[in-house]
Write a protein that binds this ligand. Structure first.
Ligand SMILES: O=C(O)/C=C(\CC(=O)C(=O)O)C(=O)O
Length: 297
């Protein structure tokens, strides 16, 4: 992490390499964020990190550099429940981005409908204590029951609270998408305790999706993230119709090893070795969740 004199964090690589792997045409980066720009979209007073601006121009330049066609922009905690920055980025994408919002659970149905019109297709519940002050499950459940048609709920948690969250997640009546697979310990291989628990969770419902993302956050051994590749490739193969992939750019809050985004893209053929798996991971699956109107039945 580099902290400028302003105290604002730069958490992304300044000159990411060109990936060796070329994504198929139409590939979607299904987990990324925008920060600000702060002058137009101030950060939340409750933000746990204060980043430099990482707005839509940078995001779309990276998309093109890495060989992707579309983005799914997830509202980052530093913007709280004001989704204006994410909506602005979606509006500037020429239809090439959709989003996931973070809302005050008391949001009105009319405001949810407005988020839909702005390109949102889900809401995110964040259970990481270092990122949010509180996560009221009863209020989250109430809003999850009145989402616009076709929406899903994205949940971000760490592996040690998976069991505790089960009754809450089991009660959510729309598809679930789990960020970064609930942050398993990948160093114990594909059959480690966390991976087994996550598989049991996936087996409990066929509408639980997950993001095979963030080797940089999950693999303490660092780039080239071999532990991540070993642990995650079998999961992608076994649940190939409900897995998504994303860069996580601008890698909110990353403190130690800022990843080279080109290297992150080069993880794709290691966890999805065939052209068919890559098409599902990068196109078919995210299209079903985020652009279903373009998918033929
Ligand atoms: O966004 C991510 O992928 C992960 C984050 C940041 C985050 O969730 C947020 O700011 O909302 C993290 O682990 O710090």
């Amino acid at each position: 992490m580099s902290v400028k004199e302003t105290g604002r964090i730069i958490s992304w690589h300044g000159n990411p390499s060109k990936p060796l792997y070329t994504p198929p045409p139409g590939a979607i980066d299904a987990h990324c964020h925008v920060f600000g720009p702060m002058a137009d979209f101030p950060f939340s007073a409750k933000a746990k990190y204060l980043p430099e601006d990482a707005g839509p121009d940078r995001l779309f330049a990276l998309r093109d550099h890495l060989g992707f066609a579309r983005n799914v922009i997830v509202q980052a905690s530093c913007h709280g429940t004001d989704n204006a920055a994410t909506l602005d980025a979606i509006a500037k994408s020429n239809g090439k981005a959709r989003g996931v919002a973070v809302v005050d659970p008391a949001i009105s149905d009319a405001d949810l409908a407005a988020l839909h019109d702005g390109g949102m297709r889900g809401i995110r519940f964040n259970f990481l204590k270092r990122l949010v002050d509180d996560a009221p499950k009863d209020k989250f459940l109430e809003v999850a029951q009145r989402l616009p048609a076709g929406w899903h709920v994205v949940i971000y948690f760490e592996a040690d609270i998976l069991a505790e969250l089960r009754p809450f997640m089991d009660a959510i009546p729309v598809p679930l998408v789990i960020d970064h697979m609930g942050r398993p310990d990948v160093t114990h291989g594909p059959d480690g305790v966390d991976m087994k628990a996550f598989r049991a969770f996936l087996d409990s419902r066929d509408d639980i999706w997950f993001k095979a993302t963030c080797p940089d956050r999950l693999d303490p051994n660092g780039d080239p993230w071999n532990s991540f590749a070993d642990a995650i490739a079998p999961l992608v193969a076994d649940y190939q119709d409900r897995v998504l992939w994303g860069t996580d750019w601008p890698h909110p809050n990353m403190q130690d090893a800022i990843p080279d985004d080109g290297h992150l893209v080069d993880m794709i053929p290691r966890i999805a070795p065939t052209a068919e798996l890559q098409r599902k991971l990068l196109i078919d699956n995210p299209m079903r969740l985020y652009w279903p109107e373009e998918v033929s039945a």
